[in-house]
Design a protein around this ligand. Structure first.
Ligand code: TXA
Ligand code: MG
Length: 316
């Protein structure tokens, strides 16, 4: 994967057009936001989103934040409420991410939501991010543009150091002002601080007129039952299966075929791109169980196995 020439693009009309073109083709472009540089891909493209995890070497599929250019654009993807309206008009563009129920007919990749029924979304305040998102006019999934486990980049040079040769392009947009990731606020129930960040908690509390509940995103997303609660009423998941038992449907990989096959070619990126979609599809077939073929434990296979183990964990 260290074989791309990473283009350094200028923060001007040419650079935005080129970046949009790369996104349209399923590529990865890093761009500045007011918090940190993001590693962006078209959030509707499963394969492109899988490429984010691959480039970062992320060992697990944490859900990603979707970046849009305006409140109007955000309304295309999430269920809006009077509370989100208030918060967004007060703090967007800015370092605040809202976690809201994702629209049921959404075109957002289930690899972005990691199978959750909520979507994290924000409108970044950096002028380069704004201009680029308006040019592309689509939802851009972007975690911080650093290799997994390394610190977040606040300059284009940091991105090149960490991910050069692994991504298609970086927009050179100078240093990030905030330098700390966005504050994440859960709104699907009572307003809950999921990650402290660039927008102070007090500013949000003052606006809402009450204190926020607190819960770490780690808690919110890492409890197995919670993460895949999407599938909770459904099938039991059995891992490392060679064949399906009675009452099971099979999720294949490589030569072990099934009702769905994550990747006939045994390609882990393709498998990652298909994972949540296929689990969901198999679950809606109403079988008692889903048998899953063994997935290699290297590269993206680590993240796939991590998520499968959570899906297979006992439910409450
Ligand atoms: O400032 C930022 O937010 C930067 C820039 C690039 O925008 N992005 C960023 O993304 O920090 P990332 O992937 O490093 O962090 C995303 C966080 C993770 O902690 C993830 O668990 C949480 O957002 N998250 C995403 N979707 C969620 C959801 N539906 N429910 C709860 N947490 C969610
Ligand atoms: Mg990060």
């Amino acid at each position: 994967m260290d074989d791309l020439t990473t283009e350094i693009l200028p923060a001007d009309a040419f650079g935005y057009a080129r970046a949009s073109e790369i996104w349209g083709q399923g590529g990865l472009v890093s761009f500045p936001t007011e918090t940190v540089y993001g590693l962006g891909a078209d959030a509707r493209n499963d394969n492109a989103v899988a490429g984010i995890y691959l480039a970062k070497g992320r060992p697990s599929f944490n859900p990603l934040i979707v970046h849009v250019h305006s409140i109007e654009a955000a309304r295309r993807y999430v269920e809006w409420s009077s509370e989100s309206e208030q918060l967004a008009s007060a703090f967007w563009p800015g370092p605040l991410t809202l976690v809201l129920p994702v629209k049921s007919d959404t075109e957002i990749s289930s690899l972005v939501t990691a199978g959750l029924e909520t979507l994290a979304i924000r409108v970044p305040a950096h002028p380069v991010a704004g201009a680029l998102l308006r040019r592309f006019d689509g939802p851009v999934a972007a975690p911080s543009a650093n290799p997994s486990g390394k610190i977040s980049p606040t300059m284009a040079a940091h991105v090149v150091d960490g991910l050069g040769g692994r991504i298609d392009a970086v927009i050179e947009g100078g240093a990030c002002g905030v330098g700390l990731e966005s504050t994440i606020l859960g709104l699907s129930e009572t307003p809950t601080l999921l990650r402290p960040g660039g927008l102070p908690q007090e500013a949000i509390e003052q606006m809402l007129g009450h204190r926020l509940a607190e819960r770490s995103t780690h808690e919110a997303i890492s409890a197995p039952g919670q993460l895949l609660s999407h599938y909770a009423p459904g099938a039991h998941v059995r891992l490392n299966a060679k064949t399906a038992h009675e009452g099971e449907v099979m999720l294949g990989f490589g030569p072990i075929d099934g009702t769905r096959n994550l990747s006939k070619a045994g390609d882990l990126r393709e498998a990652a791109a298909n994972l949540f979609k296929y689990l969901h599809e198999l679950d809606t077939m109403g079988a008692q169980g889903i048998a899953v073929a063994p997935i290699p434990r290297h590269g993206l296979g680590r993240a796939i196995n991590d998520r499968l183990r959570r899906a297979a964990a006992p439910r409450h």
